[in-house]
Design a protein around this ligand. Structure first.
Ligand SMILES: Cc1cc2cn([C@H]3C[C@H](O)[C@@H](CO)O3)c(=O)nc2[nH]1
Length: 223
């Protein structure tokens, strides 16, 4: 068990829409020493009866700011969530919110510069004043065409109009952030998984990361 005062070994699971993050997290449900925090999509689909995810996809220019503000709040809630176990796996983070989704919406003109400035100020304040650091990032690397097909098959209603270009832009921002480290400092070492593989083959990939995660976690916990 995690002694109350020690921060858990925190792993962020990052990747494009449809990259298999939820499936990856479910693989780790078998370990009782790991707390899984999956992306709170249901909160974004029903905030006091409002489906912010649907509003955002239907009229991005009008709702992107509202949606990303609430996403960031739910992400901070997850970062700060006390964890009874020595290891915590989070699906996405305040970092992918800022460096991938918000960045993309600014570059595509969906967010006004002034809206972006407010979200960026919140991000900087949170990063400075709250302990939201991560110890490891697992990047489920995919090809935009593969996730585009998966999204169509998964058929989450709000996402059916997500164009390939949107996925290509998000892919490039994940690459810039986690691989090229081009425009933003990266909060932790990155383990890259080839997540284009289909479900049958991908378990071996997960097992590879499992050792890396658990070994690093043991190092941290035993320190
Ligand atoms: C941190 C963060 C997650 C996240 C997800 N999304 C969208 C992409 C998917 O369609 C859905 C679930 O991940 O929410 C978004 O627009 N902005 C986000 N920011």
């Amino acid at each position: 068990m995690n002694s109350e005062n020690r921060k858990p070994f925190t792993v962020l699971v990052e990747g494009n829409i449809g990259s298999g993050k939820t499936t990856f997290l479910e693989h780790f449900r078998q370990f009782e020493d790991i707390t899984l925090l999956t992306e709170p999509v249901e909160q974004w689909r029903n905030l006091r009866g409002w489906n912010l995810l649907d509003l955002m996809y239907k009229d991005p220019a009008k709702w992107a700011m509202t949606f990303q503000s609430y996403v960031s709040l739910t992400m901070v809630d997850m970062h700060l969530r006390p964890t009874p176990t020595p290891v915590k796996l989070m699906e996405r983070s305040i970092f992918s919110a800022r460096y991938c989704f918000v960045e993309n919406m600014l570059r595509n003109g969906i967010l006004h510069e002034a809206e972006f400035a407010v979200l960026d100020e919140w991000f900087r304040f949170i990063q400075q004043h709250m302990s939201i650091d991560a110890d490891l990032i697992v990047y489920l690397k995919t090809s935009p065409s593969v996730v585009h097909e998966r999204i169509r098959k998964r058929a989450r209603s709000e996402e059916q109009c997500v164009p390939l270009k949107y996925l290509e832009d998000l892919h490039q921002l994940h690459e810039d952030w986690l691989v090229n480290r081009a425009f933003a400092e990266c909060p932790a070492p990155v383990v890259i998984i080839d997540a284009d593989l289909d479900l049958s083959q991908i378990t071996d990939e997960y097992k590879k990361s499992e050792h890396q995660i658990l070994r690093k976690a043991v190092d941290v916990v035993m320190r």
